[in-house]
Design a protein around this ligand. Structure first.
Ligand code: 3IX
Length: 224
């Protein structure tokens, strides 16, 4: 495949375009956290905010609603933002997607940052799954409207080095009524290494749900 959309870069690496501006993650090397694995028992931050726990602000694992957790309230929800865009520049998900309408496919150029580490020096599988879901999800949305992921199957074939740049090639395979089947693979930029393969099922929401999700998306947009 000819990758001409970033052939104009000068350092031989694709520049990830963010918000219309060329953006490169600089000085980004595989990073092994000194806190992982923990050497002297459990280290790092507590998973539960102790202060909030003592003040009774944290609910038990009940569904959010009146009288459950004070922390899960409208104000909190209004701070919602797209997961893949909620990291500081260069630390999390840096990507750009190119959609080919005639072929119903998307190529995503993805360069994950050091905060996406799983095994030392490699991406966390959940981060890869997130980027795959975002890419096949966008392919389904632009092909079919408002959809939700109903099923996602992933085969992790090779570990992906942290901070490396990969291509996520997504393809709409079939539409069956409200169901959209989308497959994808994750490859190295030179297409010599096949890291991951995935298939997915998206289901178009019915009109009532579609209205709800539009409202939700509009309300959850981060402040300009
Ligand atoms: C134009 C305005 C645009 C506005 C939006 C703009 C921007 C959006 C902004 C940002 C988005 C950015 C990027 C997108 C990135 C990522 C996308 C991420 C998407 C997600 O990350 S999303 C979270 C995880 N996702 C869920 O949280 C879903 C929970 N779930 C449900 O909400 C329901 O489950 C639902 C809705 C899926 C279906 O429910 P439902 O009631 O509508 O439909 P129903 O159950 O009747 O199924 C209908 C037919 O699908 C078959 N079917 C269903 N499920 C199946 C399965 N698992 N396996 C095999 N077949 C299945 C049935 O068998 C039947 O098949 P058949 O018709 O042949 O009988």
């Amino acid at each position: 495949m000819q990758i001409d959309y970033y052939s104009n870069t000068q350092d031989g690496h694709p520049h990830v375009v963010k918000d219309g501006h060329p953006h490169v993650v600089k000085d980004c090397r595989p990073h092994v956290s000194t806190r992982w694995p923990p050497r002297d028992g459990l280290q790092g931050k507590a998973v539960v905010d102790e202060q909030a726990y003592r003040e009774g602000k944290l609910g038990t694992a009940r569904p959010a609603g009146e009288g459950t957790s004070e922390l899960i309230n409208k104000e909190k929800l209004s701070q919602g933002r797209l997961f893949t865009r909620s990291f500081e520049d260069g630390l999390g998900f840096e990507y750009v997607m190119f959609y080919n309408d005639a072929e119903k496919r998307i190529v995503c150029v993805f360069q994950g940052g050091p905060h996406l580490q799983g095994m030392p020096g490699f991406f966390h599988g959940g981060a890869i799954a997130t980027m795959i879901d975002a890419t096949v999800g966008m392919n389904a949305i632009v092909s079919g409207g408002i959809v939700m992921t109903a099923n996602l199957n992933i085969n992790f074939k090779r570990p992906i080095p942290l901070c490396s740049i990969v291509l996520i090639n997504s393809q709409l395979d079939k539409i069956e009524g409200r169901k959209l089947l989308v497959s994808c693979n994750v490859q190295s930029v030179d297409e010599k290494i096949l890291y991951t393969e995935a298939t997915s099922l998206f289901v178009k929401l019915n009109p009532e749900k579609e209205f709800d999700i539009k409202e939700l998306v509009l309300k959850s947009a981060p402040p300009a």
